[in-house]
Design a binder for this molecule. Structure first.
Ligand SMILES: *Cc1c(COP(=O)(O)O)cnc(C)c1O
Ligand SMILES: [Zn+2]
Length: 424
């Protein structure tokens, strides 16, 4: 592991030692960046040292992580991350982007990107000897925590809104977490979790609150760089730096995935392992667009909304990592876009039919941003673009049926079938 030397507040810039803070800045509640001893890492490590590793999970990047590897080899904890980067020809055609890649994080052990964060937080919980880990979740963060905690034998408590999709609630229960569905919103569950952690001495994983989630999420940036280098015909184990795409598209709710990606590319840039920063594009639903609105206003003030989107994983009133998420776009030359839910449903069918990737609504939202970005001249057809799918469509079958429509029901006879297929 890398040597963890402390935190820095993303709002006031104040530095804290490893034991001087646990969650957010004690002075102003700003999100804390985790600081590693980068000089030491740069001295000891080359990209090739990673690229020759046979580890195919987030633990591939252990020397760049602030936690030790949990000692439970051969469990799903060691299967989070290292998701495939596809180059789907028909999706490229559909998008009008000949150099588009699709990274499918729906293939994680509990079927969402959140496994990356939960694997690292569970490792941290074990490092500090926490007896119980708690999280608020719209579903995926909880499923990921419950799954990773089950792999490590770590007790977990999950608070989710009662409206969470049933498949996600089933995951929580199956993995043996203590599950409480609150009669309220994700934001209310979030606030209750903070109180509960304080009252019961639990370790809180909440997104945009626990600084270690971002450390897990940054592994996706490492993978994009390493896999993209291979995709453009270079050897990531060679002596040169890794390559990066021109742009990365990702959906945004609390903003912790995009800020984690930014942190990861930042780490690589600082180490000299990549030569430039890709532009980061955050895509929100029009029904949950607090960060998009701040981006458009040109201000760093994030005003909460009343979220209404059916993309439950990005349905957030007050983004908990809003400032860093905003900067992920403004400081990389990227942008925020907001798309209607109808475009998200369309994007689900296009990803499934042209790339064989079945995404949940929040996962497909990233792809829904491609068309408006091209129309608006934010990207060009010559750009090399990575789209990140963050969650598997089986997690929300109701939304999938809304996108795909219903199947035709027939009598079990050939004439009945002939009638509906016509001439085949
Ligand atoms: C959590 C989640 C997101 C959004 O991540 P934030 O860090 O909240 O911006 C997007 N897609 C899926 C599937 C998620 O579970
Ligand atoms: Zn601060």
């Amino acid at each position: 592991m890398g040597e963890f030397i402390g935190y820095r507040c993303s709002v006031c810039g104040k530095a804290y030692g490893p034991s001087e803070a646990t969650y957010t800045c004690p002075a102003d509640s700003g999100n804390l960046d985790v600081i590693l001893d980068w000089e030491d890492i740069a001295r000891r490590l080359r990209p090739a040292d990673i690229a020759v590793s046979r580890e195919e999970s987030v633990w591939r990047y252990l020397p760049l992580l602030p936690v030790g590897e949990p000692g439970h080899d051969g469990t799903p904890l060691h299967a989070a991350g290292w998701t495939p980067l596809f180059a789907p020809p028909r999706l490229r055609q559909a998008a009008g982007l000949p150099q588009l890649w699709l990274k499918d994080d729906g293939r994680n052990p509990t079927a969402s990107f959140k496994d990356r964060a939960s694997a690292i937080v569970v490792a941290r919980a074990q490092q500090i000897g926490a007896h119980t880990v708690v999280t608020a979740s719209t579903g995926n963060a909880g499923a990921a925590l419950a799954g990773m905690a089950a792999a490590a034998g770590q007790p977990a408590v999950i608070l989710a809104p009662r409206t969470a999709p049933p498949a996600k609630v089933a995951q929580l229960l199956m993995f043996g977490a203590r599950v409480f569905l609150v009669e309220g919103t994700y934001d209310q569950a979030f606030d209750l979790t903070l109180e509960a952690a304080q009252a019961f001495g639990w370790y809180c994983r909440n997104t945009g609150y626990n600084p270690f989630t971002s450390q897990g999420k940054k592994t996706a940036a490492f993978e994009i760089a390493e896999q993209f280098t291979t995709a453009v015909g270079k050897d990531p184990a060679g002596s040169g730096p890794w390559s990066v795409p021109d742009a990365v598209f990702v959906s945004v709710g609390d903003g912790n995935i995009i800020s984690g990606l930014h942190a990861g590319f930042d780490d690589l840039l600082r180490l000299g392992w990549i030569e430039r920063m890709p532009k980061l594009f955050g895509i929100q639903s029009e029904g949950s667009a607090a960060i998009y609105s701040a981006f458009v206003s040109g201000q760093e003030t994030i005003v909460p909304v009343q979220a209404t989107t059916m993309a439950d994983s990005i349905s957030v009133d007050l983004p908990r990592d809003g400032l860093r998420a905003l900067r992920a776009a403004t400081r990389t030359g990227g942008a925020y876009l907001a798309v209607p839910d109808s475009d998200i449903l369309t994007a689900m069918t296009v990803l499934a039919r042209a790339a064989a990737v079945f995404a949940e609504p929040a996962g497909a939202t990233a792809y829904a941003g491609i068309a408006p970005a091209l129309r608006g001249g934010l990207i060009t057809p010559e750009d090399r673009v990575v789209v990140l799918n963050t969650g598997n469509g089986l997690k929300d079958v109701k939304a999938a049926m809304q996108a795909a429509g219903a199947a035709t029901i027939i009598e079990p006879t050939l004439p009945a079938l002939r009638k509906v297929v016509g001439n085949g």
